[in-house]
Design a protein around this ligand. Structure first.
Ligand SMILES: *[C@@H]1O[C@H](CO)[C@@H](O)[C@H](O)[C@H]1NC(C)=O
Ligand SMILES: *[C@@H]1O[C@H](CO)[C@@H](O)[C@H](O)[C@H]1NC(C)=O
Ligand SMILES: *[C@@H]1O[C@H](CO)[C@@H](O)[C@H](O)[C@H]1NC(C)=O
Ligand SMILES: *[C@@H]1O[C@H](CO)[C@@H](O)[C@H](O)[C@H]1NC(C)=O
Ligand SMILES: *[C@@H]1O[C@H](CO)[C@@H](O)[C@H](O)[C@H]1NC(C)=O
Ligand SMILES: *[C@@H]1O[C@H](CO)[C@@H](O)[C@H](O)[C@H]1NC(C)=O
Ligand SMILES: *[C@@H]1O[C@H](CO)[C@@H](O)[C@H](O)[C@H]1NC(C)=O
Ligand SMILES: *[C@@H]1O[C@H](CO)[C@@H](O)[C@H](O)[C@H]1NC(C)=O
Ligand SMILES: *[C@@H]1O[C@H](CO)[C@@H](O)[C@H](O)[C@H]1NC(C)=O
Ligand SMILES: *[C@@H]1O[C@H](CO)[C@@H](O)[C@H](O)[C@H]1NC(C)=O
Ligand SMILES: *[C@@H]1O[C@H](CO)[C@@H](O)[C@H](O)[C@H]1NC(C)=O
Ligand SMILES: *[C@@H]1O[C@H](CO)[C@@H](O)[C@H](O)[C@H]1NC(C)=O
Ligand SMILES: [Zn+2]
Length: 710
């Protein structure tokens, strides 16, 4: 998943449930280092073998395979098996892990606008078939719909609700706009789409329509003279963003089996806490235009509403609330429920140390026949990675730590394949997982980005210095140079891709990918135009960025699997904690409250000393070549972040156990730090609760510190 709210500056990696940037919020931190980069990078023999194995032409071939068949979740076992077979060619022992999960599939939908004078207008709800782009015209192309949307048939007046965040609804209420019984028309961008529907539902609205808006495309628009796809890099006006409307910030995974694995005979729980009851559909800006125009002269206009992200760029639209218009919408959405198998492909190379494992994952399912960026740029890269390790195995090399490759199914519906897998293997993962490395949208543009837990910041940037990265015509720079030039920052993990289940069980995680910046071709996220043709024409002609991202992930994995000393830096948390504290402090200040943070600041000091002791221990182990001591250090590095989790999870969302970072309750993609404390203030306005969370969070930091302590 991953999506994009690109505002200014470069974009980081993309995941499927996020809207573009890792950099659209406060929680990104510059990580600059003394520049000691050599070009060309200096590599050892193994690194050389791995990197030389990468071939952009074969990546293009794997991409072509993945982007020419229906692979919506649960619908293409052949593709799962093909993936497992390819990994086996590289020497991985591979298999399919099957789960039985609740999904729903589109049957039909319609949307009719009735003007006050009785004239009606039907929305097309289809993306134009393009002669140049063959998969847009496949007879089995996937209709536009929302995964996990409710079936329904509703007819009512409608209200424009901006991006559908809670604050947008608060503003509408302040302006006296009636919401009860109406249909919400919301703009994409900002919070995860499922939360827009959730917020509409909670305000008594009976249906939701979510449209794409060219305002998110900056200057790369037809209105500013740029040709639209397929003739140019601007958005095709008919393009529609499909996607899940699960309540992602409450619970990812199969909504009918919260907290346990979905098997054929599993008990099924009520799903109404994590999926909507009201119907919703996505539409293009072209379909949205007359609907919004019919509200133009009714209620406050966009300027008067004066809310962040409210006004878009659809020609002739004033983004008025619509209060008083008597135009209506009739929305039907027919979905078919299914309890159906999904397949995670799993490939393993055993390490010599059996109690240390690195997992590398990418999802395989897409909303469309294509999916060239999301997620199959990542899938293509993983096959090339398996080939590279095959080459290294031929030399007699064996990993110290076990490597697990995973190709997740049903990520798009709500991280389902990875969540069920983690739920099944949690006892083993809690004991043995050293790190989880995620790649989802490996490439949707030229700019590399990463988001990671702070213990991965150091290795994450060091490995960038070993990768030659193509960039706007030049090939004489490292990935690190490009990243720095684009004001590289390491993002904080929120949610929107498969690292979520790992992160919230205390496993160090990183998410990597390359995306577009202002001026780059518009990435047609979750649209039929995320196709092989788009990728090879606009996204990554020649597949050179694919190659570089694959090489990066490969070296990252290699060092995790091979280095005598586990390349995690617990002390990386210390400066991050300070930043999170400052942010918390300003949250407290702007809420006019007071909170005693001393317990937390003390815990952080204790953590800092433990991390220092740990560093000294590890240094000693290395300098004295003491393998027993090094084993102890490696175990501490692997285990300490489990301390950050709390069994009961956050208030009202048990799944989210990590007390240092979580997806925001009303953002879904973007993270909040010290979430227990922060959201007691921002959502509950309850400083008593916040003070309790200070104690719990401090305890978690102390548990992590005690694991590091020597
Ligand atoms: C660059 O410097 C850092 C810190 O001094 C060091 O850890 C790293 O190994 C160096 N990297 C290269 C490529 O020389
Ligand atoms: C599965 O995907 C492959 C590769 O894209 C495709 O050839 C095949 O037709 C798909 N199978 C189904 C049942 O759609
Ligand atoms: C009804 O109103 C719409 C929108 O203003 C207009 O386009 C249409 O021509 C009108 N139809 C009739 C029959 O007046
Ligand atoms: C769009 O173009 C204008 C004028 O050239 C420029 O000032 C602005 O920064 C551009 N916006 C973006 C998002 O690139
Ligand atoms: C919009 O709101 C901001 C404060 O949130 C205020 O400073 C500004 O004057 C408002 N603008 C208009 C046009 O009302
Ligand atoms: C919005 O309303 C204000 C004040 O009523 C008006 O000045 C402005 O031109 C309107 N803007 C649009 C885009 O209609
Ligand atoms: C890998 O290790 C596991 C656990 O010890 C064992 O069950 C499995 O057979 C091994 N696989 C191979 C290919 O050696
Ligand atoms: C890369 O090459 C270009 C032109 O060939 C040159 O302008 C640039 O300085 C070079 N960059 C580096 C990092 O060597
Ligand atoms: C919080 O801000 C206040 C001033 O507003 C300052 O005195 C205090 O040191 C800050 N605390 C932290 C932990 O940053
Ligand atoms: C905090 O106090 C200021 C000044 O008294 C007031 O304007 C603001 O609305 C208050 N904020 C909250 C969240 O209560
Ligand atoms: C470290 O110890 C291992 C065995 O414990 C030995 O094989 C190796 O040569 C030693 N390395 C150094 C640099 O002393
Ligand atoms: C605030 O939190 C406290 C402590 O958890 C709780 O007892 C109290 O009921 C909460 N207050 C409100 C208004 O929810
Ligand atoms: Zn994805």
């Amino acid at each position: 998943m991953k999506a994009a709210i690109l505002i200014l500056a470069a974009i980081g990696a993309q995941a499927c449930q996020r809207e573009r940037s890792f950099k659209n919020h406060l929680h990104t931190h510059v990580k600059r280092q003394a520049s000691n980069i050599t070009f060309p990078p200096v590599l050892d023999d193994n690194e050389r073998i791995l990197l030389d194995s990468f071939d952009n032409t074969s990546i293009a071939e794997w991409s072509y395979y993945y982007t020419h068949g229906d692979h919506v979740a649960g619908r293409n076992k052949t593709m799962a098996q093909w993936t497992a077979d390819k990994w086996a060619e590289g020497g991985f022992t591979s298999r399919l892990d099957e789960y039985y999960v609740y999904l729903n599939y589109p049957v039909s939908n319609s949307l009719v606008l009735t003007y006050p004078n009785g004239t009606t207008l039907s929305a097309s709800l289809e993306e134009a078939v393009l002669e140049e782009d063959e998969t847009t015209g496949y007879p089995n192309r996937i209709p536009t719909f929302h995964g996990y949307s409710a079936s329904g048939n509703v007819s009512a007046e409608f209200v424009y609700v901006g991006r559908g965040q809670q604050v947008d609804f608060d503003r509408l209420i302040a302006l006296g706009v009636e919401l009860e019984g109406k249909i919400a028309v919301a703009k994409y961008g900002g919070p995860f789409r499922g939360l827009k529907v959730k917020n509409a539902q909670e305000h008594g609205m009976i249906g939701a329509v979510i449209f794409s808006d060219p305002v998110d495309d900056g200057n790369v628009t037809e209105a500013k003279g740029v040709a639209a796809y397929p003739n140019g890099p601007a958005r095709n006006p008919t393009s529609v963003q499909r996607g899940s409307v699960q309540f992602l910030s409450i619970y990812p995974g199969d909504p009918t089996t919260p907290g346990y694995t979905s098997k054929e005979d599993s008990l099924r729980a009520d799903k109404s806490n994590s999926v909507p009851r009201i119907p919703s559909i996505p539409i293009s800006w072209l379909d949205a235009q007359p609907i919004l125009q019919s509200l133009n002269d009714f209620g406050d206009n966009g300027t008067e509403v004066n809310r962040t992200g409210w006004v878009g760029a659809i020609p002739g639209v004033s983004y008025s609330t619509g209060q008083g218009s008597t135009a209506t919408l009739s929305l039907t959405n027919v979905m078919e429920d299914a309890y159906t198998p999904i397949w995670d492909a799993i490939g393993i190379i055993n390490g010599t140390s059996q109690d240390e494992v690195i997992i590398v994952g990418n999802h395989r399912d897409a909303w469309i026949v294509g999916g060239a960026a999301d997620p199959n740029s990542g899938s293509a890269v993983l096959i090339e990675l398996s080939k590279a390790f095959g080459k290294l195995l031929e030399t007699g090399w064996r990993p110290t730590r076990t490597i697990v490759l995973a190709s997740w199914d049903a990520e798009e519906y709500g991280l389902v394949g990875s969540t069920e897998w983690v739920e099944e293997y949690i006892p083993w993962l809690k004991t043995a997982a050293v790190s989880y490395l995620n790649i989802d949208i490996a490439v949707s543009g030229p700019i590399p980005g990463i988001a990671a837990t702070p213990d991965l910041h150091s290795i994450g940037t060091e490995v960038m210095k070993k990768i030659t990265f193509p960039y706007r015509g030049s090939t004489n720079q490292t990935m690190y140079d490009v990243w720095e030039e684009e004001d590289g920052e390491i993002g904080v993990l929120g949610s929107g891709s498969d690292y979520t289940s790992f992160l919230h069980r205390g496993i160090a995680s990183i998410d990597v990918g390359a995306g577009g910046g202002p001026g780059d071709p518009i990435y047609p996220y979750h649209s039929n135009y995320d196709s092989y043709h788009w990728m090879s024409t606009f996204g990554d002609p020649g597949f050179h960025t694919h190659k570089a991202m694959g090489q990066y992930l490969t070296l990252l994995l290699y060092h995790f699997a091979n280095d005598a000393s586990v390349p995690l830096e617990p002390s990386g948390y210390v400066p991050e904690f300070r930043t999170y504290l400052e942010e918390l402090n300003s949250t407290i200040t702007s809420a006019n409250g007071t909170l005693d943070l001393s317990e937390l600041t003390d815990a952080i000091s204790t953590f800092e000393s433990s991390a220092q002791e740990f560093d000294e221990l590890r240094q000693l182990a290395i300098s004295s070549n003491n393998t027993e001591l090094l084993t102890v250090a490696n175990q501490k590095a692997r285990d300490f972040s489990r301390g950050f989790t709390s069994q009961g999870g956050l208030d009202g969302r048990e799944f989210f156990q990590n007390l240092i970072f979580a997806p925001g309750l009303d953002t879904g993609y973007a993270p909040v730090t010290f979430p227990g404390i922060t959201e007691s203030i921002t959502f509950q306005n309850n400083f008593t609760r916040a003070q309790e969370w200070v104690a719990k969070t401090a305890d978690a930091v102390l548990v992590a510190a005690s694991i590091l302590k020597t």
